[in-house]
Design a protein around this ligand. Sequence first.
Ligand code: FEO
Ligand code: CA
Ligand code: CA
Length: 679
Amino acid sequence: MPQTAPHRRLLPLLGQVGGGRSRTTCRFRCGDACFHEAPNTSDNAYFGDIAAAALSRRNVLRAGAVGAGATAAVGLAGFGPALASPGPRNPRLKFDGIEVGTSDRVEIPRGYEQRVVVRWGDPVVPGAPKFDINRQTAEAQEKQFGYNCDYVAFQPLGRDRGLLWVNHEYTNENLMFRGYTDGAEADLEHIRIAMAAHGGSVVEIRRVGRTGGWRLADGGRHFNRRITATTPMKLTGPAAGSELLRTEADPEGTRVLGMLNNCAGGMTPWGTILTCEENFNQYFVGGEGAPEEKKAALRRYGIATSGDTRAGNRRFDRVDERFDLSRHPNEANRFGYVVEIDPFDPDSTPRKRTMLGRFKHEGATTRLTRDGRVAVYMGDDERFDYIYKFVSAGRYRKGSRRANSSLLDTGTLYVARLSGDSPAEELDGSGALPADGAFDGRGEWVALCTDKKSFVEGFTVAEVLVHTRLAADAAGATKMDRPEDIEASPATGKVYCALTNNSAREPGQADEPNPRGPNRFGHILELSEQGNDAGATRFRWDVPIVCGDPEDPSTYFAGYDKSKVVAISSPDNLTFDEQGNLWISTDGQPGTIGVNDALFAVPVEGRYKGELKAFASVPVGAECCGPFITEDQKTVFIAPQHPGEDGTFDEPQSTWPDGDFPRPSVVSIWNSKGHDIGR
Ligand code: FEO
Ligand code: CA
Ligand code: CA
């Protein structure tokens, strides 16, 4: 039956800021990044190459689909239908799209079921006590499931058991502790609890009956593990041991304690987890007292070097002085990496892979090159920052864990430079398509260094890998609208990147790969590597989806009838099902389109290309993390992160999942009849 939802009014967006997040999220997650100037002050062109003489007239119908005088403005009233008639049904994506609203629940399509798999505080390693939010200790938290779940990965152990990896990106102390005000006033035990609630977890889970639902395995304690902000880790790769990474506590520059703000991630073909340190800058204070010659690099990563650098910080320095840069200026250089973890070996030492560069790593997606090497695609999630790729020197060897264990330490690190094929004057920042009907063009992967040689003048290899943003500035990388997750389609090999939004891009700074200024709602970039080879150094690119309300003329859904798609904003995490449909989860809908964050699915090829539908939505105040579709296609895991983030311990705004206080958790969703997810 066709569904028609009533028109919605844009809700008042009180307390929302540029990126569409609440003020509280900004403070706890990003250290108020949007309230500071974007740290990229390089003079790289926004639009690297405007030699667009060869105007392909292909797909002029696409241009025709956008009326004259299209603008990026969104009216406050008349917000479009949440879901219109779906028309003929796509046999590869048959679920009835949900209407995304503002409930304090996980909403799923008719014919699907859900079950919480694991919650913040659940005991996971031996000796863990039962969770008691009123009597929490750091010792307990180190053995219990951590806070804000982000990246989720699943490794099967036979048919009915498996290992779940979950990132714990950051903590909402306002929700965790009664009467919490700020780090300066915080009880020191609360700071230690927060440190223990960061990091990640490996938990063994069991299938519930014959369904696609999962729960924590009883006694599944062999693999279970907590990684925290104090877990010993090894720095590996070319920058390990360099002067930039040496500290008083680690004069060799090869050992570091903990990982911070792990956002998204990826899995390697050899079964390890890549987990990515993102907004690590916010944990460091004392930048004003760092040596003068180190300050420019600190600032490029968003670390304050003047004023009151302690205000608003979690103040980890109050329990561990290494977070004070006035005393240990190199400590911040030891964060901001992709960390490789073996979930099958709870005694293994996590490795920070310096060869993959240091920036605000969102995720890390691997793909094999045609000759069997490993490529890793990575976004640097900051306004006007870059997209990167690493290609290993060695080849992946199936079944040889030992040989593969050092693959990420040698190879080449690249940064993306994109040029459009339409003239700059056709790109006015409104989102109106240029005359050739497409935001598209060519790109190249610019080599920054190998493990042996730097290609950036004035930078050693170690400097490229530790001050990667500065090296990429010098290499003329293309400034993007906050590159988040990147995933490759298993059906075509094309690579997709979520560009979540960029409220700071001005109309005059719009370019073909980032065609709106400001970009409030984000877009999706599609890369087609030359020869469909992940090892290529050239690619073509396209923008198949320009997000927002479909009634907003600046939006675009691969040319699909916009009366038949649903509003989406702030795309963040991506995954694919085996049919090649792209699944997109969001982080920022409450502040931009006035509804909860959600998980969407959209075909990116074929007749139904662009037919975007909402599959699930998360509770009030949460962003939708994960998603992960199991190899058997029977389960999708999502992780509602920071439910009720604007509340407090005493006045919660969400009581999900158990009706008392909010607990970030992982949820399994499955089809009641056992069909594949979405089908
Ligand atoms: Fe932690 Fe870029 O999202
Ligand atoms: Ca074009
Ligand atoms: Ca993210």
